[in-house]
Design a protein around this ligand. Structure first.
Ligand SMILES: [Zn+2]
Length: 199
């Protein structure tokens, strides 16, 4: 893929993500690497962080949170993804190799992955956009190769069974059961008590 074809693809993912996040070109390249290795199979995906990486996966592979072919393991927090064959569980994990990010040649990218960019970027949109552009330029200039790709076997890749539903004894809404013995939903139980009603 030429740099221009690559950048056109990146523009589409920016639109989907609704922000020109500097991680997106990097995430797009990671998906392309894993997809090329995997070939044409029915695939599943794992994202080890939420951020923009998961949107690049959803947009480019069709594996989404909604169809459950994207498993989000965002608590890991590594900038890495796995694409695998849904029939066999065999696949490829692509991660960012910080040792391939030369702090001299790719200073902004190096800071980005270590979260060492100037804290003022959080509030300054213009400076943030400039930083993002530098990261993308550095990435293209380095030949888009800052990754490690590992062949892996998924340990657990069966689609989870469809849970049965019940009507909550408190709120009266239908909900999906975590266990057959469950009588009330997680909101009424106080576990996911995330809102209060406005009178
Ligand atoms: Zn309830």
């Amino acid at each position: 893929m030429t740099d221009n074809e690559f950048l056109a693809l990146v523009e589409n993912v920016y639109s989907f993500h609704t922000k020109r996040a500097p991680g997106i070109p990097i995430a797009v390249q990671m998906v392309l690497i894993a997809r090329e290795k995997l070939g044409k199979v029915k695939m599943g995906a794992v994202a080890e962080t939420q951020v923009c990486l998961s949107d690049a996966i959803q947009f480019l592979t069709g594996c989404t949170i909604g169809n459950k072919y994207l498993i989000l393991l965002n608590k890991i927090g590594r900038y890495a993804l796995t694409l695998y064959d849904r029939d066999t569980g065999r696949g490829y994990r692509v991660s960012v190799d910080i040792e391939k990010i030369d702090a001299e040649k790719m200073p902004e990218t190096h800071k980005f992955f270590l979260r060492q960019r100037d804290p003022s970027l959080r509030k300054d949109n213009k400076a943030r956009a400039e930083s993002a552009k530098i990261i993308v330029d550095e990435f293209i200039a380095c030949g888009r190769d800052i990754f490690t790709c590992q062949e892996i076997q998924m340990k657990n890749y069966a689609k989870p069974p469809v849970p049965s539903a019940a009507v909550c004894e408190r709120c009266g809404e239908s909900f999906l059961l975590e266990a057959e013995s469950q009588k009330i939903c997680r909101v009424c139980d106080g576990i996911d008590d995330y809102y209060s009603l406005v009178e």
